[in-house]
Design a protein around this ligand. Structure first.
Ligand code: NAG
Ligand code: NAG
Ligand code: NAG
Ligand code: NAG
Ligand code: NAG
Ligand code: NAG
Ligand code: NAG
Ligand code: NAG
Length: 532
């Protein structure tokens, strides 16, 4: 009897442990569809509303088919990309007939059941009916139009209307439950206006709470990090139209980096050869799936993956301020004397960077670009002598095509063995590291790790469980990479608050270093992010 009782005891114990686990986490399948967005050949022309809707049916047709397919595969939510209904290349005026005046998600409205309640809402109706018919939540991106008056609203555009890049969410019964206006624009004004205020939009289902943002919002403290840190949102559903920036800012690198703090993120990116857009993914606790990044491939791709919605998990992320610290034996104030002779280069958008070659099989290197300093300790496991790896530092305050102050420390492969090729697109590497410690010295901001391996059949893996990351110290450390690494990046999005408090002449670096002599080289080509 005794052994039997013991078994019973352990079974009960096991069951309790299992229950505790279930309380903490809800498993649900989500789907993202990377749609090869269809754009009108004459998107800058003038259209009647009927013509505009007729055109949008080309894209809506995919939403119909794919939402149904995703539901059949067991997904409860499906996401479609930014510009995935309207298409690209419109101008502010030519866009008008493509827009609908979208009510707030707090209104109880099911467009499929009550199609006549608002005029001019045929797109909303198609989405609603599809969600209802297929029994699946739908997140899609379209354009919202809101008449306004300069007399009562100072931020009202001169033409008397707002045009918003907008995510809409329908529940599985077809009700419009959320509407989000993009805040951080990228090369899309005046086509769309930024939301005049931050909107923190999320919704609750029986399988977790989900927040939604658009593309470039991901790299900003607001609304994305505030949604996470202050609203406790653990699950993000994102629409995007994001370019592939080899070698160190791939779309999937960003999604994976944002997931590192126990966030589940599902992103549907637009696929477009003309715009060099590809790369959708679902990342989270032990979850990593992404689409093919071959921009020449014009096939859409459906990803369906089970995630853990972490709903009851009490996670605090309160590590905003990377502080200046030593690196190994070097004290913080002694960096300048250790700085390796660096080369100055240009990355996309004319971003200046400085870089140091990682010579030999192991060692360390240190470089700064203005206020940003970067240190690495490295040990190659296999070093392919024809491959050039560098440590680069970058500090760039971008006003246009999008507003962001970003800082990077990156180890990455160069396109050839010449430093002039560093920053140019490259998607393959064969060298592996047995140890890497990369540290950034930044202004206060939101710090993420962006890593990716060499392309394997146009897929990159993010090695999510293969490294340690400290957000407060801005350090990535690993002795467990087994695949060839394309790039290992510590990225900082400088906080707007810090920016404001340092916007005048007093903005001298707290720890800027005397620069050694740089020679200058030029790697300049233009690609853009999040549209056109
Ligand atoms: C759109 O068409 C107008 C009028 O033909 C022209 O002035 C404008 O430059 C065009 N815009 C774009 C982006 O092609
Ligand atoms: C819809 O448009 C018609 C014709 O312009 C107008 O009479 C009606 O009031 C509008 N309905 C709503 C709900 O705005
Ligand atoms: C993420 O969740 C795990 C539990 O699953 C916890 O151990 C870990 O500390 C969390 N990480 C962060 C950054 O909050
Ligand atoms: C980059 O450096 C060059 C040369 O020093 C300078 O002319 C240019 O203004 C810099 N660009 C930016 C964006 O800082
Ligand atoms: C950087 O400088 C240090 C100190 O002079 C030296 O030990 C190290 O090898 C240098 N690293 C590289 C990659 O040149
Ligand atoms: C070394 O790198 C070169 C250039 O990337 C590549 O062509 C070659 O196949 C690599 N060699 C090995 C052994 O991986
Ligand atoms: C780069 O490789 C070429 C052959 O592929 C070689 O001739 C040249 O010396 C190499 N340059 C450097 C800086 O290693
Ligand atoms: C993470 O850090 C721990 C403790 O320092 C170390 O034992 C482990 O090997 C590290 N993991 C990776 C993947 O580097």
């Amino acid at each position: 009897m005794v052994p039997y009782n013991n078994v019973g005891y352990f079974l009960r114990l096991g069951w309790l442990v299992l229950m505790a686990h279930i309380v903490q986490s809800v498993k649900v399948k989500v789907a993202v569809y990377e749609h090869a967005v269809i754009s009108h050949q004459n998107a800058n022309g003038s259209f009647t509303r009927a013509e505009a809707f007729e055109f949008m049916k080309n894209n809506l047709h995919f939403i119909d088919t794919i939402a149904d397919e995703a539901s059949k595969q067991g997904a409860r939510i499906v996401i479609f990309p930014e510009y995935g209904i309207t298409g690209f290349y419109h101008t502010r005026d030519s866009m008008i007939p493509f827009l609908e005046n979208i009510p707030d998600g707090s209104l109880v409205w099911n467009p499929c059941e009550e199609p006549e309640r608002f005029n001019n809402t045929k797109v909303l109706k198609v989405l609603s009916c599809r969600a209802k018919t297929s029994g699946i939540y739908i997140v899609a991106n379209m354009g919202d139009i809101k008449p306004c008056s300069k007399a009562t609203d100072k931020s009202c555009p001169v033409d008397g209307r707002y045009q918003f890049n907008t995510n809409v969410v329908f529940d599985d019964n077809g009700r419009l439950i959320a509407r989000y206006h993009k805040r951080n624009m990228f090369d899309e004004t005046p086509l769309f206006d930024p939301a005049p205020n931050n909107e923190f939009v999320f919704f609750t289902t029986d399988f977790g709470r989900f927040g939604t943002v658009v593309c470039f919002d991901l790299l900003h403290e607001n609304p994305t990090q505030t949604l996470i840190e202050q609203y406790g949102i653990r699950n993000l559903l994102v629409t995007s139209a994001w370019n592939v920036f080899y070698p160190f800012v791939l779309p999937v690198q960003m999604y994976a980096g944002i997931s590192i703090n126990n966030i589940t993120i599902a992103v549907s990116n637009a696929r477009s050869y003309d715009q060099k857009m590809a790369g959708s993914g679902i990342y989270g606790n032990e979850v990593e799936v992404s689409s093919n990044m071959d921009v020449e491939n014009s096939e859409g791709e459906l990803l369906v993956k089970e995630i853990d919605t972490f709903d009851n998990m009490d996670i605090t992320i309160n590590q905003k301020e990377p502080s200046l610290q030593g690196f190994g034996v070097i004290a913080a104030n002694d960096f300048a004397q250790y700085m390796n002779s660096s080369i100055s280069g240009l990355y996309i958008f004319g971003m200046n960077m400085s870089l140091v070659m990682l010579t030999g099989d192991s060692g360390w290197a240190f470089t700064c670009y203005e206020k940003v300093c970067c240190a690495v300790e490295y040990d190659f496991n296999v070093k392919n002598e024809t491959e050039l790896f560098v440590l680069s530092a970058l500090d760039y305050f971008m006003l246009s095509p999008g507003y962001i102050h970003m800082q990077f420390c990156a180890i990455h492969i160069c396109a050839t063995n010449e430093t002039a090729s560093c920053g140019r697109p490259v998607d393959k590497a064969s060298s592996t590291f047995s140890y890497v410690k990369l540290q950034g010295f930044f202004n206060p901001g939101v710090v993420f790790p962006f890593l990716s391996t060499s392309s394997d059949g146009q897929h990159h893996t993010m090695e999510l469980n293969k490294y340690n990351f400290s957000r407060s110290k801005a350090i990535i450390e690993s002795d467990a990479f087994d695949k060839p690494m394309l790039a290992i990046v510590v990225f900082n999005s400088v906080s707007a608050e810090y920016e404001q408090s340092n916007s005048d002449a007093s903005s001298e670096a707290e720890h800027s270093l005397p620069s050694k002599s740089f020679h200058f080289m030029c790697i300049s080509y233009v690609i853009s992010c999040c549209f056109i």
